[in-house]
Design a binder for this molecule. Sequence first.
Ligand code: URA
Ligand code: CA
Length: 433
Amino acid sequence: MRMVDLIEKKRNGLPHSKEEIEFIIEGYSNDTIPDYQISAWAMAIFFKDMTQDERAFLTDAIVQSGDTIDLSAIQGVKVDKHSTGGVGDTTTLVLAPLVASVGVPVAKMSGRGLGHTGGTIDKLEAIPGFSVEISNQRFIDLVNTNKAAVIGQTQNLTPADKKLYGLRDVTATVNSIPLIASSIMSKKIASGADAIVLDVKTGAGAFMKELSESKELAEAMVRIGNNLGRQTSAVISDMSQPLGYMIGNALEVKEAIDTLKGNGPEDLTELCMTLGSHMIVLAKKAETLAEAKEMLQEAVASGKALEHFKLFIESQNGDSSVIDDPERLPTAEYKVDILSENDGFVSGIVADQIGTAAMLLGAGRATKTSVIDLAVGIELKKKIGDKVKTGEPIATIYANQEDIEASKQKILSSYEITSTEVKAPTLIYDVIS
Ligand code: URA
Ligand code: CA
C-alpha cells in the first residue's frame, strides 16, 4: 500500500478498508508515514467524512496503537462517563461516589492535562492527603471492595491519538466529527470501559455550539461504541453557561460535597441524576431510568452517597473530615465580589471565558509545566434568567494574588445582560442510546 494512493482515495470520497486504516495508523505511529501525508489525509476526511465502519476501524486502530487496560479482575459492568468540553466539570466528583454507593463499579483512570481548571486528579488532590499514586493491584482491590477508586494515568494509552490530535490542532482539522468521535472513544475504550455514558455539551461554551452538531457528534460516538461492543448512551446537555456555581479545584470539591448532601445547585444535581441513571441502567443495576433515578435520590437522601464519598477518600489516604468541615480544604487569601455594570436579566455566561478567567487566577494549567493553585477560582452569583441590578455581585473571585484585573474583565465580558426577561435554559436537550 502507498499512502499517496490512500490520500487520493479519501480525497475522492471513497471509503477505506480496515486494513487500509490500520496501515495508516501503524505507519503514522512508527514514523514510516510522515506528518505531511497525515495532514493531507485528515483534511480529506474533514471534507469527505467517513462511513460508520471507517469510524469504528479508526477508533480501533488508535486503541491498538498503545496499551489497553484490563479491568476484567473487577466484578460487574464497568461504566465510564465522559463529558465533552465543560467548564469546571464537577459531575465526575459527584458521580463516582454516587453511583458507587448503589453498587456500580467506578474504576477511574484520570489525567491532569491542560485546561481551565485541573483534571479530576487535581481536584481530588485538593483534599489533604488524597493520593492517586496507588498500584494497579490496589486500584483493582479498592474497586472490588469499595466500588470506587481513582488512579493516575501511567500507562501508554492511545499514543496515536496524542500524535494525531497535535497535528490536527495545527492543520485546522480538529473540528471534524469522525476525527473527534474516534479520538474521544479510543481513549474510553483503551481505559477498559465495558459501557460508556457520554455527556455531550452544546451551546456557547461548548466545543459544538449548535444543537444539530452536538447531536451529530453524540450519534457518531454512540455508534462507534456499539460497533466496538461497548454499550454507549449519550446525553446532550446545556453549556450556554457553566454548570453549577463553582469553577476551581477546591471550590468544586466543596460543591460536590454539597451536592452529595442534597444541597447542590439545581442544574448540577439534575445532570448528575440523569447521567448516573444511564450509568446504572448500562451496569444492569436497574431496568429503567426512572427506577435508577429513584435509587440515586434515595442514596442522597439517606446519606449513603455521602458515606461512600467518605470511604472513597479514606481508602486513598485523604482527610475525610473535609466533608463535615469544608474549611479544611485549601482556601484563598482574597475574596473579591465582581459587581454588575448594568441593570437587567442575565441572558448568557460564556463558559469558556469564565474558564479562562479561572485559569488566569491559577486554577488551571496554561502549559504542561504550570503549577495549579488548588484554592483559587470563581463562584458565580447570578445565572441565566436571574435579575441583576447595577452594583450587585454577579460573581466572586477567590485569589491568592492582588492583581485580579484581567480575570475580572473576562468575567464582566462573559456575562450578557439584556433588558427583557429571560427564561432559564433547558438543561437536557436530548438522549441518544
Ligand atoms: N477532545 C478529544 O479528546 N479529541 C478531539 O478530537 C476533540 C476533543
Ligand atoms: Ca461547577
